[in-house]
Design a protein around this ligand. Structure first.
Ligand code: GUN
Length: 297
């Protein structure tokens, strides 16, 4: 008889960079094979340094895949009308198949007005009511599904296998971008889904019941080892910049999960950085390619 605990070893660290590289390679090959030039327009308003890095990465990766990539950078003082005019021009531009307006936007611009203005068939972020609604009623094949939840689902299947039926998925966070959409995706995969949020009583008790635990709340290292069921798959969507204790004046990125604690309990866990993040860009390119293929004459 063994006295060793069931999960005495460290969790498998799920390599999102490697998984994303495989998808990007598939996209590059599809572009060559199908002889299409998907067009992606990425719009940045203002000069938030983190957003500028995300936008540059998206545009560069698109170019590397043989896409036509337009990067539009606007002053932080841009009015809502000015931005809406640019969106309607992009809606009519036949060389553009995907439009992404980077969030957050400056306070004078209502984000929902911008989302509403994007042609739902070019809404590669999957934020438009039409796409969110399609996913919510189970018509995922007709929807453009948001990139981060799509990327998270890929990594969940990589860790758990293709059949997620009956597994209990607990999602921390109810945002329109991640939490609600991933809940709908996992329902379509026949998971039992719980959504834990800021008003949930005893969140750790619910998290401890999860076979699949997804953290998407933007609170650094919120999820402790004691919140995790031994053998669970943990997907960390958080990207939080925190001060570095060992290097004064420096900072680094951490997720919503206390990685060092979680890895001693979970069966598999995504790191930050290098987990869900790279998958988001890969899925953006995949969505843009699908629109380009769909809109061929
Ligand atoms: N800002 C942070 N994440 C996202 C995203 O997925 N899409 C857009 N448009 N902006 C973001």
């Amino acid at each position: 008889m063994t006295t060793e605990p069931l999960f005495s070893r460290d969790a498998e660290v799920i390599d999102g960079k490697a998984a994303a590289a495989v998808i990007v390679e598939e996209i590059r090959n599809a572009v060559l094979l199908e002889q299409v030039t998907p067009g992606l327009a990425v719009v940045l308003v203002g000069s938030d340094p983190a957003s500028a890095v995300y936008v540059r990465n998206k545009a560069n990766r698109a170019r590397e895949c043989g896409f036509f990539s337009r990067q539009i950078v606007l002053a932080a003082t841009t009015s809502e009308d000015e931005l809406l005019k640019i969106v309607s021009e992009l809606n009519l531009d036949r060389a553009i198949h995907g439009i992404l307006v980077q969030f957050p936007l400056p306070p004078q611009i209502n984000s929902q007005h911008v989302i509403d203005a994007i042609d739902p068939e070019k809404d590669v972020d999957g934020f438009h009511y039409a796409n969110a609604g399609r996913l919510a009623v189970g018509a995922a094949a007709d929807a453009l599904v948001p990139c981060t939840p799509l990327g998270a689902l890929r990594l969940i299947k990589q860790a758990c296998g293709p059949d997620l039926g009956g597994l209990h998925a607990v999602i921390l966070g109810r945002s329109n971008i991640v939490g609600k959409q991933l809940a709908n995706l996992l329902l379509l995969e026949h998971c039992t889904v719980s959504v834990v949020h800021s008003r949930t009583i005893n969140p750790e008790n619910i998290c401890r019941q999860a076979d699949i635990l997804v953290a998407a709340v933007g609170v650094p290292r919120l999820v402790k080892g004691s919140w995790i069921k031994p053998g669970a798959v943990v997907i960390d969507v958080g990207i939080n910049r925190v001060a570095d204790d060992t290097r004064p004046g420096q900072s680094h990125l951490v997720g919503d999960v206390d990685f060092d604690e979680a890895r001693t309990v979970a069966a598999a866990i995504t790191p930050v950085p290098g987990g869900v993040g790279p998958m988001t860009i890969a899925m953006l390119l995949k969505n843009t390619l699908s629109v380009a293929l769909r809109s061929r004459p």
